[in-house]
Design a protein around this ligand. Structure first.
Ligand code: URA
Length: 261
C-alpha cells in the first residue's frame, strides 16, 4: 500500500500561511465548516502536469484531497488518456467549497491582495518545485481566471503549454465531451506519458463512458485511506432534508463505495 506522504516543508509552510481569515470574512459564500482543502497529487517534484480547478465539493471534504469525486474521476480519465497516471499535481482556485457560482463577487474575492498573492506564490512554488512541468490544464472559469491573473504562467502560455478545459461537471455533458475531445487531440505531443500504452486521446460518445473515467489512486490519499476511496460517488451534500438535528448546509452523506477497506 502506498499513500501520499504529504507536502515537503516549503509547500507545507505555504499552505499553513493560507489567507483563511479572508475566507472567514465571507461566510455566506464559503462552506467554512468543511475546512480548506489544498491539493492532490505529487508533492515530490515529479509532476509534469499542473491542473487548476475551481473549488472542492463533499467528496473532497471527506477525502481531504481535491478532485476526487465525479469531477475528479473525469479529470483523472483525461490524464489517463495522455498516459499520465501519477505525474501531476492539482490545486483549486478556492480553498473552500463555495455556495453558488464563481460570479463577480468571487472574482473580486480572488483579487483581494492577500488571496491573489498567496495563490500566485503557491503556483510559483509548484513551478519551482516541479522542474519537469510540461503542461497546465485549467478547469472551468475559475481555473482560467487564476491562470490569466498569474504572471508565472507567461512561459507556459507563450509555448502553448496551457489548455483551458470546460469544467468537468458543467452541463450539458455533451458540451464537456466536445470541448475535451477537441482539447486532448492537440495535447498528445506535449506530455511525456508515465505509461505510453495508455495513450489514447479520444472520446467516443456524447457522455462519459467507463473508459473515459479513472479511479483516483490510493497514493493520492493520506495515510490509511481505504482502497475504494477514489472510486464511485464517495459523498454528497444533502440538498433537501438532512437527518433531524443536522443542518442543511453542512451535512454530508458519506458512502463507503467498496465492500472492503
Ligand atoms: N471541482 C473542482 O473544480 N475542484 C474540485 O476539487 C472538485 C470539483
Amino acid at each position: 500500500m502506498e499513500w501520499d506522504k504529504g507536502p515537503p516543508p516549503v509547500i507545507r509552510q505555504h499552505f499553513e500561511a493560507a489567507p483563511i481569515n479572508e475566507y472567514q470574512s465571507l461566510p455566506n459564500r464559503f462552506r467554512l465548516p468543511w475546512g480548506p482543502i489544498y491539493y492532490r497529487g505529487r508533492m515530490d517534484g515529479s509532476a509534469r502536469i499542473l491542473v487548476i480547478g475551481q473549488d472542492p465539493g463533499p467528496s473532497e471534504s471527506v477525502a481531504r484531497r481535491i478532485f476526487v469525486g465525479t469531477a475528479g474521476q473525469r479529470v483523472q480519465g483525461f490524464l489517463k488518456k495522455l498516459g499520465i497516471t501519477r505525474s501531476y499535481v492539482m490545486v483549486n482556485a478556492l480553498l473552500y467549497s463555495i455556495f453558488g457560482q464563481f460570479n463577480n463577487q468571487l472574482k473580486d474575492f480572488s483579487q483581494r491582495p492577500a488571496v491573489e498573492t498567496w495563490r500566485n506564490d503557491l503556483l510559483d512554488l509548484l513551478v519551482a518545485h516541479n522542474p519537469n512541468l510540461q503542461l497546465i490544464l485549467t478547469c472551468g472559469n475559475a481555473g482560467k481566471y487564476v491562470l490569466e491573473n498569474w504572471a508565472g504562467a507567461a512561459p507556459f502560455r507563450s509555448q502553448r503549454r496551457v489548455s483551458y478545459l470546460i469544467h468537468p461537471t458543467a452541463r450539458p455533458v455533451s458540451a464537456v465531451i466536445e470541448n475535451w475531445k477537441n482539447r486532448i487531440s492537440r495535447l498528445d505531443n506535449f506530455v511525456t506519458p508515465d505509461d505510453p500504452t495508455l495513450v489514447d486521446p479520444t472520446y467516443a460518445g456524447t457522455g462519459f463512458s467507463q473508459s473515459d473515467l479513472a479511479d483516483i489512486p490510493l497514493h493520492d490519499f493520506g495515510f490509511g485511506a481505504p482502497e475504494w476511496m477514489g472510486t464511485g460517488r464517495i459523498a454528497k451534500r444533502y440538498t433537501t432534508r438532512p437527518p433531524a438535528g443536522t443542518d442543511r448546509y453542512n451535512t454530508i452523506l458519506y458512502r463507503a463505495t467498496g465492500d472492503q477497506g
